[in-house]
Each structure stands twice: as C-alpha cells, then as structure tokens.
Design a protein around this ligand. Structure first.
Ligand code: PSU
Ligand code: MN
Length: 303
C-alpha cells in the first residue's frame, strides 16, 4: 500500500541522495499545461544535481513514492478525479481506490515513512489570516514536527499570517533556518520583515546542522527558508494588491477548508496576469535545486 519505486528504494538502500516532491502543487497549485511542464522540469533538476527524484501521490489504491511519467501527467490533467490529500484524507482515498495528490503534510509523512530526508516545495501551508477565529492552520505544520525531513520552501504562502506561522513553528520545536537570508521570505517576494534566528551560507555547514538534529533523535523536521532569486522577484505592490483582493473575495464567498488555498493561488494568478505563476515556478525550481544540492552534500558527510 505504501509503495516505493525500485529506483528510489535502491538509492535509499545505498545511502544516495533522494529528494521528495509533492503533487498537490501539480494538480491543485498550477494550471495545465504549466503544471505538467513544471513537474517534469523539477524531476530533471533533481537528477542534474546528482540526486534521485521521488514525486509522491496516491495512484488508485497505493501511496506511491517515485512516480512514472504517465502518472505525473494524469495528476496534472486532473479533472475532478484527483483528490487533494492531506493526512486525514489518506486512508479513505486509498480505500476507495481514488487518485490523490499529496500536500506537504501527506508528502512529509510518506517521505518520513520510507526514510527520505529531503523534500522541496514552493511555499509551505501555515496559519491562515483570521485563524484566531477560523482555527484554519495547515496540517503541514504539525506534520513537520513529526517527520525527520528537511523541507526547503520559499517561506510560507503569501496569503497566510506569516508571523503566527513562525510562532507556531517555534511552539512545535521546528528549527527555521534561512539559506542566504536572515529574514523569513514571503513566498513570491524575498522579504516579510520577519527576522529569523539562524542563517547559513555554506551548504556543508547546513548539512552538518541537519545531521546534528537527527543524531539527537529529535523527532522534528527542519524548515529551510530559501527566498526567490532577486532576478525573478516580481514587483511587490501589484502582487500584494492581488493577494489582498483574492483574500477579500474568498472571505465574501465564505470559502474555507481545502478549497481555500487553491482558490487563492488561482485568483492571484488571474489578477496578476500570470506573474504570480511564473514567480511560483521559478521559486520552486530554486528550492528543488537547493534541496538536491543539500541532499548530495548530506550523503557525502562522514557517518
Ligand atoms: N506550494 C506551492 N503551491 C501549492 C502548495 C505549496 O507553491 O499549491 C500546496 C502544498 O501542497 C501545501 C498546500 O501543502 O498547498 C497547503 O494547503 P492547505 O493550506 O489547504 O493546507
Ligand atoms: Mn486549512
């Protein structure tokens, strides 16, 4: 039921670098055909760095780590058949034999279960704005506290309450480490104004810090905050306006639950004339490159 592709299984057994990739970003985070192009480009990027990609999804009765090209394409074409799966959805979607795209939370679970230490996404889910009333906090956060995985992201998605997201990570005991930055990035943009305690600029030292985390048998993962490269950063003002407007519309329509994040991402894409989507693609690529280089560095550390 939890199935690992042969390539991923062999790489793990030999202690080689493996990088997990999620599938909700494909099926519910980006439109066709950019989502398929991106999913394949990300796998290629992992390989270029000398690591093995392991995209995770539910493929009609199996929670699969390491997908075939036709499976990735099916997730990208989606239609109504692909269910956005967080932790609470896994058992039922498996029992029903449906196809499911795994969120960061569900992908962390699968990666942790098979022993993959590295995972790259775009922006992690977190504490939603207004969560003091709605209690809408992504399952991504508590699962990061339960999976010994280093997750590379460009911060948490801009639609969230970033200050409360950091507070919650602190409560959970999850280290948040900036790579080349001392500020928590704001997903599409580099700066949130929120300081981070820890910054690394040398990959090998960061890999060593991860080793310490798990040598202590700390159950938590580590969030590595990697800002979008300057040359791809969109102008902040129009993007911010689109984020606010999308949030107002979602509130007016009473949207919540699992539909909220996909709605916001799609609305922001429309309101920015596609600028947010290009930024999203560039920042995920940047995260995948870093996660892969880090995985290779980690695999080369003495035991
Ligand atoms: N990063 C992106 N795009 C996405 C996501 C992350 O650049 O679509 C997805 C991840 O799968 C994450 C999910 O787990 O959004 C968060 O959803 P929610 O807020 O419903 O927990
Ligand atoms: Mn939610």
């Amino acid at each position: 039921m939890l199935y690992c592709s042969e390539e991923v299984r062999e790489a793990l057994a030999e202690g080689r670098a493996v990088v997990a990739l999620e599938s909700t970003i494909i099926s519910h985070g980006m439109p066709w055909p950019q989502n398929a192009e991106t999913a394949f480009a990300l796998e290629a990027l992992v390989r270029e760095q000398g690591a093995v990609p392991a995209t995770v999804a539910l493929t009609g009765g199996q929670l699969k780590v390491g997908l075939q090209a036709d499976e990735i394409e099916r997730l990208a074409r989606k239609g109504q058949e692909v269910v956005k799966c967080s932790l609470r959805d896994l058992a039922v979607v498996l029992q029903r034999g449906q196809w499911g795209a795994t969120t960061v939370a569900a992908t962390l679970f699968a990666a942790g279960a098979v022993g993959i230490r590295f995972f790259a996404t775009g922006g992690i889910g977190g504490v939603h704005r207004g969560a003091e009333r709605s209690m809408d906090v992504s399952a991504d956060l508590p699962q990061l506290a339960r999976s010994q995985v280093a997750l590379v992201s460009a911060g948490a998605k801009a639609v969230l309450d970033l200050a409360r997201t950091l507070e919650y990570l602190e409560t959970l005991g999850v280290p948040v480490i900036g790579y080349g930055t001392k500020e928590f990035p704001a997903f599409y943009t580099r700066s949130s104004g929120l300081p981070l305690l820890y910054r690394y600029d040398v990959l090998r030292d960061l890999a060593k810090a991860l080793k310490k985390q798990w040598s202590l048998s700390l159950p938590q993962g580590v969030l590595i905050a990697n800002p979008i490269p300057k040359e791809y950063e969109p102008e902040a003002a129009p993007l911010q306006a689109a984020v606010e407007r999308a949030l107002e519309e979602a509130f007016a329509q009473g949207l919540g639950g699992k539909e909220l994040t996909p709605f916001l991402l799609e609305r922001i894409r429309q309101l920015t004339g596609g600028l947010s989507l290009s930024a999203n693609i560039r920042l995920v690529e940047n995260n995948v490159r870093l996660a892969s280089r880090l995985a290779v560095e980690y695999a080369g550390l003495p035991a």
